[in-house]
Design a protein around this ligand. Structure first.
Ligand code: ZN
Ligand code: ZN
Ligand code: FE
Length: 755
């Protein structure tokens, strides 16, 4: 007697080869029925012997396509019908609920093989299939069908259509299916004219890069700038072109074996490098073999990635270099360029050429950045390969728009229980990034059929997002969320925590409820609210933003707090590098309290120590001073300095210890290690006291300072070792890129409580 079962599958199940997979396993288990996409899920019906249906369900759950991510499989047994055979039926546009949109997927090995042998795809750089290729970057509406992508202007040739329509084919319903006959193609523009044809383009491009030239290359989510990563002159020129003094540049290696010559790669790091998301992975550089020093000026890490586009693979077949710099094609803090015309205007005269292709980029995405800490991948910049995959919350999030923070901004919209984070937008301090923000927000509302009803913003009165939220409110309700509460809530949301926790926010700066600048906060909190148990002691930040750009000011501020006027007699090398008038000026500011807001920030503490060790007096990019301090840590040192935990945390003894070590010419790597160990010790001492006070054993770590691998690893190990349950960021950035998720989770919780 046959049984019949109606099944809905939700999660990331469209555009990832899910229906052909269902078809194959249904046929394998001799089931009849059908499968189709709807806006909200994949829906299927199977009929056959009970055991076959059970086996089918097991396989569906246990072995889905690599890029899919099932959230739920709901089988409902029902009456058998007269259905014959198994069919894939048309997409249904059934409601305003939506399914997830797949991120872009690195080219698969089958497609790389096709690029060698399939006559219409030999060396064809837009090859793709249901298991790989562009997705989010080409989508402009749902459901995910070719007509709703930027492939719509390329009618399929007969050969592609046959593959597209053949359920047995790897390209069955692969929306971006294309070949050299019908699909998009590259054109290289140089000052001496156009170059067409893949072979000619590759030859010209390689020759140019070999000679030290710079090329702008259109990638999946925007333009890149490329040059030989072993050529210091080329790297310097590229830096100058980008207006980027010190920030490390990402490097694409030809393959994993080559990469291993330049960087240490653990098993977990290898998994990240090779994953279909193909992020930039921050790795420890080897000292024996190095790239051009200008790639990651003076830091001990390199941002590395492996080829992910068919074009990258073709390029490295011709180009005999170990690695190329492949960095976002933008000028300083502006968004990565996606528009061909704009790329020409910006880059044609400044580079050796602009390599474009004739398909539009619908959604701008940068390369994502991850770092493996304690064997777990942590996402620092969440864009290509990750966005717009949602985080599933326990609360209803419908109608909430969380506007995010000012730096490394993302926003987040709520739909059902999904918190959908935007891709990395950037620093909202220039007109281009602000319009990127506004455009992307409009796109998300359209794509995900979402109209905001309640809007969340940071407490900071001067953030762009705060002003934007105020302007947008109208009939909407505006909710202000404290920055560090949002940091902790973001990490809680990621781990599905909805209960009181001990929150540790180690951060740069955020606006506090007392109007001061916060950034090293110990919160006893839940999703709805928080209590600030303690924090690092306030220290004046001379010159506000200037004080952040010039870490030496923070060093002077800490020293003045401890030594007062005696400061000028201290024999510390870094002080001799700053002109006396400048120091006098800062001291005057501090004494009179003018433009010296009190800060309790971990980032500023790290700045001060970095400056005192003369590692970074002037910062050329955000977090440079803490990164340089982390970079020199001498491994294997377990000593630390003293400190005092009272009402707040006081570091006077720490600074006195550092100065004594400097006087004794202690190796700076040891001083840095001892300082890091001190902060780890402070965290665990404060948390231990909070545990007793609140009878709570769950610790949540968040904030940008935890991008520091030594600090994150050490804190996790120390707390876990003392029996705490420790939660830190995995999927969402610990920096301000995660703030929007936290804002959304807080508002969702408060709404749930108000019901
Ligand atoms: Zn493929
Ligand atoms: Zn074709
Ligand atoms: Fe922050």
């Amino acid at each position: 007697m046959d049984k019949a079962c109606h099944i809905t599958v939700t999660g990331l199940v469209q555009g990832v080869g899910f229906r052909p997979f269902v078809y194959r396993i249904a046929v394998k288990h001799n089931l009849s029925g059908w499968v189709r996409n709807t806006n909200e899920c994949v829906e299927l019906f199977v009929q056959g012997p009970q055991q076959s249906i059970e086996d089918f369900l097991d396989e569906l759950r246990s072995d889905p396509p690599v890029a899919s991510n099932i959230s739920q499989v709901i089988p409902v047994y029902t009456e058998p019908t007269d259905v014959q055979g198994f069919r894939i039926t048309r997409s249904e546009n059934t409601s305003d609920k939506i399914t997830e949109i797949s991120p872009d997927i690195a080219v698969c090995n089958d497609c790389l093989d096709d690029m060698q042998i399939q006559p219409n795809r030999v060396n064809y750089p837009f090859v793709n299939c249901t298991n790989c290729g562009p997705r989010f970057t080409i989508i402009n509406d749902l459901p995910y069908d070719r007509k709703n992508t930027s492939m719509k202007v390329f009618p399929m040739c007969d050969s592609c259509r046959r593959e597209y329509e053949d359920v047995q084919d790897r390209r069955f319903h692969a929306q971006p299916v294309a070949c050299s006959v019908c699909g998009p193609h590259y054109t290289l523009y140089t000052r001496s004219g156009k170059v067409e044809g893949t072979e000619k383009i590759l030859a010209t491009l390689s020759e140019c890069l070999l000679k030290g030239g710079i090329m702008a290359i259109k990638g999946l989510g925007g333009y890149h700038l490329a040059c030989d990563a072993t050529n210091e002159d080329a790297v310097t020129r590229l830096r100058y072109l980008k207006n980027r003094e010190g920030k490390p540049l990402a490097v694409m290696f030809r393959d994993l074996a080559t990469l291993r010559q330049y960087a240490e790669v653990s098993e977990a790091e290898e998994r990240s490098l090779l994953s279909w998301k193909r992020p930039i992975v921050l790795l420890l550089a080897k000292r024996q073999k190095i790239l051009a020093p200008g790639v990651s000026i003076g830091l001990n890490t390199i941002g590395t990635m492996l080829p992910y586009l068919p074009f990258h693979h073709l390029l490295f077949q011709v180009l005999k270099l170990p690695a190329i710099v492949l960095t976002s094609g933008n000028i300083s803090d502006e968004p990565i360029l996606i528009d061909d015309r704009k790329a020409m205007d910006t880059f044609l005269l400044k580079t050796e050429g602009v390599l474009a292709y004739n398909r539009e980029i619908e959604n701008r995405t940068d390369d994502s950045v991850v770092r493996v800490i304690n064997d777990v991948e942590r996402v620092f910049r969440r864009s290509r390969g990750f966005a717009p995959t949602p985080v599933v919350l326990k609360q209803d999030t419908g109608g909430i728009l969380a506007t995010g923070a000012e730096l490394v901004n993302t926003f987040c919209i709520g739909k059902g229980r999904n918190a959908i984070l935007s891709q990395y937008i950037g620093v909202l301090q220039n007109a281009e990034t602000i319009s990127f923000y506004e455009e992307t927000l409009n796109k998300y509302q359209k794509l995900f059929r979402m109209t905001p009803e309640i809007i969340a913003a940071d407490l900071h009165p001067d953030y762009f997002t705060s002003r934007f939220a105020e302007k947008r409110t109208g009939s909407m309700k505006l909710v202000r969320v404290q920055h560090h509460h949002a940091h902790i809530a973001s990490c809680m949301a990621e781990h599905g925590l909805d209960e009181p926790v001990l929150g540790v926010a180690m951060d740069g700066t955020g606006y506090g409820t007392d109007g001061n600048t916060w950034g090293a906060e110990f919160l006893f909190c839940d999703l709805a609210d928080f209590n600030r148990d303690t924090h690092f002691e306030y220290v004046p930040l001379p010159g506000s933003d200037r004080g952040i750009e010039e870490p030496w000011r923070m060093a002077v501020s800490y020293l003045f707090k401890i030594f007062g006027e005696e400061l000028v007699h201290l024999e510390i090398p870094f002080l001799k590098k700053i002109e006396q008038e400048k120091i006098d000026f800062i001291l005057k500011m501090i004494r009179s309290g003018i433009n010296c807001p009190p800060v309790s920030s971990a980032g500023r503490l790290f700045d001060a120590v970095s400056a005192i060790l003369d590692l970074c007096l002037y910062s050329t990019f955000s977090s440079e001073a803490p990164m340089r301090l982390e970079s020199i840590i001498e491994p294997g040192c377990s000593e630390r300095y003293s400190y005092f935990v009272g009402e707040t945390v006081n570091f006077e003894l720490t600074f006195r210890g550092i100065l004594a070590d400097i006087k004794q010419h202690t190796y700076p790597g040891i001083i840095s290690a001892k300082f890091h160990n001190t902060v780890i010790s402070v965290i665990s001492e404060v948390i231990y006291k909070m545990k007793i006070r609140h009878n709570c054993n769950k610790v949540v770590l968040s904030g940008g300072t935890f991008q520091n691998k030594y600090l994150q690893e050490g804190t996790e190990k120390m707390l876990t070792g003392s029996g705490f349950e420790v939660y830190s960021h995995h999927l969402v950035p610990t920096n301000d890129g995660g703030i929007s998720l936290g804002q959304l989770a807080i508002v969702a919780k408060r709404m749930e409580m108000a019901k």
